[in-house]
Design a protein around this ligand. Structure first.
Ligand code: UDP
Length: 337
């Protein structure tokens, strides 16, 4: 198959792993990223159009200058806590940014779109594991903005025939198994990298946000899914759209491992993997955190044949640890930005 794949946010964590997966299949990729959070080094030489998703004219010009076959949209803000404190930031980046892309696609006739969506669109689900047919009632602005994105996809399909797949990630974690790229956020807020920063001696300890949830050990349960498995799902979604144009329409799939791991279990796993005691203190609940998010990925396994290769939490932490040990300062490019 040919055609240029535009990857917004391709210098970010999940985006860069997907760019790598596409290029390993010989696909042509153009990354659209402003490098506000992403890293040029994470592109491993992939072509970059540097600019902001919020710059409507810039986005439009990229579509006019290049013949784009499909769009993978990763560029977004993705922190629950931050979204509660600064919802405007989330509506601008996650709603307007997506709209600018969809408008440019409609104007230039690009018909294939894969959205980074999230389990945060479900809010506090009435059943576990979460299936795609459950109501989406997000409890934080991050989840709301991604749900709005999903709604926009419906309308752009109806009006402009843009086919799309929304991939509702559970908790992305881990790093490329060969250690070429990995997770590097500044500041870091995600649990697994923070735990590993403690193991590296970069932090004395971490704070566990709440131990009074209605879960077996009182801490929040999440479904951690390996970033390379997420990347693979994007490629499968694209291939499905290419195989029989018009057959996908608009679809949404969960991407999780159907396994719940509590905050304390993540810490214990990291102790085993790193051999470090990983001290922690107990703190208050973090606003916007649902107690338990575990997803059923039966739908994508069946529809697209998605089979996670790095499904268990120990492997996920091991690959992350390999990356953090090899690159304790991450991409180490902050001085240059
Ligand atoms: N968490 C924690 N301490 C930290 C960071 C995260 O206890 O320093 C908890 C957080 O409250 C949540 C879980 O770890 O229950 C996963 O959080 P993360 O930010 O990694 O992902 P999220 O579920 O928010 O997407």
């Amino acid at each position: 198959m040919s055609g240029l794949i535009l990857v917004s946010g391709g210098a970010g964590y999940i985006g860069s792993h997907t760019v790598l997966a596409l290029r390993e299949r010989g696909r042509d990729v153009l990354v659209l990223d402003d490098l506000s959070e992403g890293h040029e080094a994470a592109l491993l030489g992939a072509e970059l159009a540097r600019g902001s998703m919020l710059d409507r004219d810039f986005v439009r010009s990229v579509f006019e200058e290049r013949e784009i076959a499909a769009v993978f949209h990763f560029a977004a803000r993705c922190y629950v806590g931050e979204s509660v404190e600064d919802p405007g930031l989330y509506y601008r980046h996650n709603v307007l940014g997506t709209l600018n892309l969809l408008d440019a696609m409609a104007a230039t006739g690009v018909k294939r779109f894969v959205l980074s969506s999230t389990c945060a669109t479900y809010g506090e689900p009435e059943r576990i594991p979460i299936t795609e047919d459950l109501p989406q009632n997000p409890i934080n602005p991050y989840g709301v903005t991604k749900l709005v994105d999903e709604w926009m996809l419906r309308d752009f399909h109806t009006a402009h025939g843009i086919e799309s797949v929304a991939l509702r990630y559970f908790n992305a974690a881990g790093a490329d198994a060969e250690g070429r790229i990995g997770e590097d956020h500044e500041p870091e807020t995600h649990l697994i990298p923070i735990v590993l920063q403690v193991a590296l001696g970069q932090r004395d300890k971490l704070t566990v946000f709440g131990d009074d949830y209605e879960t077996p050990d009182g801490t929040c349960i999440r479904d951690y899914v390996h970033v390379t498995d997420l990347a693979e799902a994007h490629v499968l979604a694209l291939e499905a759209m290419e195989k029989t144009p018009g057959s996908v329409g608009i679809q949404a799939f969960n991407l999780g491992n159907e396994a719940g791991t509590s905050v304390l279990e993540v810490i214990e796993t990291a102790r085993q993997v790193t051999g470090h005691p990983i001290p922690y203190t107990l703190g208050a609940r973090r606003p916007g955190d649902p107690p338990r998010l575990v997803g059923s990925s039966a739908r994508i396994r069946e529809a697209l044949g998605w089979t996670p290769k790095f499904g268990d939490i120990k492997t996920i932490v091991e690959t992350a640890w390999k990356w953090h040990q090899a690159r304790p300062k991450g991409y180490d490019d902050r001085g240059g930005r």
